[in-house]
Every structure is written in structure tokens, then in C-alpha cells.
Design a protein. Structure first.
Length: 342
């Protein structure tokens, strides 16, 4: 961000924040030389140049040096954002004094424990995805936290977050979670991402009255239920489970996207109550009757319908029959609908 000089002496633009950017210079290796960076704990200060008064630090280690430990940050109390992605960090020591930090991103490292967060009470975004974390400690002191990402770790339970009343987005996808729990105080949560876990039932969502987007894709669900309190849902992703019936959705009048592809659904019930529905994904199920398509005729906003790889899709007039039954549909599977004029 750059500031424009003001012509008036009375109006002075605030100085732009000092930002440290990535140093991506690769060190040439002599033939048969031993790579010391593989054995020593390379500190952050040897990977990226930053000044004591910087307010933001960014280092992505995909092409250059990879930091093993965080160092040189102790006196940087003015630091607002710290982004150290795709490095080799194995611990979070070195951030304890960063009391003005609002964004902390340590995505794609080798961190095993969430520590050093006690004084970081101004955090709004915390991203520790793609690490080796097994549990989330009590984070109730992070009273301004809005976004928490701990996807692709080794979590088995949802802990430590029940009192995060300011949380808007939570991503715990690709872990080992079996039960939806510990969300009781997340009254402002709008997005919940739990795909690629081992969850067997939808539950524990009663407090999430503001939830707009939820994904429980690629889990072990057998039914759609316990969503009675989640009337604000607009997008619901439940593909790649073992769901056998499209049920208990009539109260979701704000739902615009429903993805239940790759399940065991055999029929489509009337869905007229879902008046806002625009996209419906039912591909890779067991639907065989074209009579079921008529149950979507009253969904006047429905534009996209996926039914490929169902038994009925083998009919050579499959697309024509859907077009004839559903006047609003503009796309069937991946192909746009072309309607004759007049």
C-alpha cells in the first residue's frame, strides 16, 4: 500500500505499513556439497529480510529457503500480520510477545502443538492448516477471533473453541473427527467446513442459528437430520456419504445450493418448500424414475441439475425429458441447456 502526498499542510496521510516480503533466492550448491540446511535448524531471519518496525511479514518457502524455527520477532510488538507458509516449522515458539498480531498464518509446516497464543488476544485470523496438530487447546481468551483454520491435521475431537462467540468461519476438514461436538457457544458462526473426516451423524448444531454454509462431504453419514435450528442455511454440501433419503430439508427456505451427489438416494421427494433452490447435485445416486423429476417442477429458481450416473441417465432421451419437465433449468450436468425459441 502506498500513500499519496497531500498538497495541504493540514492533511497528512498516515504512513504505509512496513512490510517484509519473501526472499526466494536459492543458494547455488557446489557439486557433491553437503546441504547444511537439511541438518541445521534454519531460523526465519536467514530466510527472509525484515526490519524491526515492519508491521507485516510474509515468507512462502515453496521455492527458496525453508525456516525451521521462528526467531528475531521478540521485540516486534507492532507486528500485525505474520505469514510463514510451506516451511519446516515444528514449533510455535517465538510469537509469545506479538500482542498486536491480528493475522497468524503458519499453513503447511510440521507443527505438532498449538502454543504461544496466550497473549495474542487481538487475533482475528488463525490458520494452522496442513500441520501435525492432534488437539486444539482452550482458545477462549481469543475474544476477537473470526476465522480459524485447522484443516489437514490429526484432530480426533473438536475441543477448545466452544466459547469463541466472535467466530464466523471454522475449517476442520481432513482430520479424524468422528463426532460434531463442542460448538455450543459459536452463536455467530456462518461457515462450517468438516469434509473428509469420519463423522457418522449430523448433530451438535442447535446453537448455530446464523450458519449459512456447511460442508460435511466425504464422511460416513447415513441420514440428513438435526438441522431444525439451522434455518439460515444457504449452501449445504453432503456429497460422498451413505445417505439413503433426501429428507428433513423442507424448513430450509433459504437454501440455494444442495449437493448430495455420490450417496445412495433412490428417489426425489417434492422440494417446493425450498423456494430459493438454484443448484441441485444428485449425481452418482440410485434414482431410476423420471416421475421424480416432476417433484422439482415447482422450484422455479432451479437452474442447475446434476443427475449423471444415475440409472435414469441411461435413457437416450434423458436430457430432453428433464428439459420438458423443468422449464427453469439452464444446465443439466456439465452441459448448458439450449432451448428452441418459438
Amino acid at each position: 500500500m502506498s500513500s499519496t502526498p497531500e498538497t495541504s499542510a493540514l492533511a497528512v496521510a498516515p504512513p504505509a505499513p512496513r512490510v517484509a516480503r519473501v526472499v526466494e533466492e536459492t543458494i547455488p550448491k557446489p557439486v557433491e556439497a553437503h546441504d547444511e540446511s537439511e541438518t541445521k535448524e534454519l531460523p526465519l531471519t536467514e530466510c527472509v529480510e525484515f526490519r524491526p518496525d515492519d508491521e507485516e511479514i510474509y515468507h512462502v518457502g515453496t521455492a527458496g529457503l525453508k525456516a525451521r524455527v521462528l526467531d528475531g520477532l521478540e521485540a516486534m510488538v507492532q507486528l500485525r500480520e505474520l505469514h510463514v507458509r510451506s516451511n519446516l516449522l515444528y514449533k510455535m515458539t517465538g510469537i509469545e510477545s506479538l500482542v498486536n498480531l491480528t493475522h497468524l498464518e503458519l499453513y503447511d509446516n510440521q507443527i505438532k502443538k498449538m502454543v504461544g497464543l496466550e497473549k495474542l488476544v487481538k487475533l482475528r485470523v488463525l490458520d494452522l492448516s496442513f500441520n501435525e496438530i492432534r488437539s486444539i487447546p482452550d482458545l477462549s481468551h481469543l475474544t476477537q477471533l473470526e476465522e480459524l483454520y485447522v484443516a489437514n491435521n490429526k484432530l480426533t475431537h473438536i475441543t477448545g473453541i466452544a466459547n469463541l462467540r466472535t467466530l464466523v468461519k471454522l475449517d476442520l476438514g481432513a482430520n479424524r473427527i468422528r463426532t460434531i461436538e463442542g460448538l455450543e457457544g459459536l452463536e455467530n458462526l456462518e461457515q462450517l467446513w468438516l469434509g473428509k473426516n469420519k463423522i457418522t451423524a449430523i448433530q451438535g448444531l442447535d446453537a448455530l442459528a446464523k450458519l449459512r454454509v456447511m460442508s460435511i462431504q466425504s464422511n460416513r453419514l447415513l441420514a440428513i437430520d438435526n438441522l431444525s435450528a439451522n434455518v439460515a442455511l444457504e449452501e449445504l454440501y453432503l456429497s460422498h456419504n451413505g445417505i439413503e433419503a433426501l429428507a428433513n430439508l423442507g424448513h430450509l427456505t433459504k437454501l440455494t445450493i444442495l449437493d448430495v451427489g455420490a450417496n445412495r438416494i433412490k428417489s426425489i421427494p417434492p422440494m417446493g418448500a425450498n423456494v430459493a433452490l438454484e443448484d441441485l447435485w444428485l449425481n452418482d445416486n440410485e434414482i431410476s424414475s423420471f416421475d421424480d423429476i416432476q417433484h422439482l417442477a415447482s422450484n422455479s429458481k432451479l437452474e442447475t441439475l446434476y443427475l449423471e450416473r444415475n440409472p435414469l441417465a441411461s435413457d437416450f432421451e434423458y436430457r430432453l425429458k428433464i428439459q420438458g419437465a423443468l422449464a427453469s433449468v439452464q444446465q443439466i450436468d456439465a452441459t448448458p441447456v439450449v432451448r428452441r425459441q418459438g
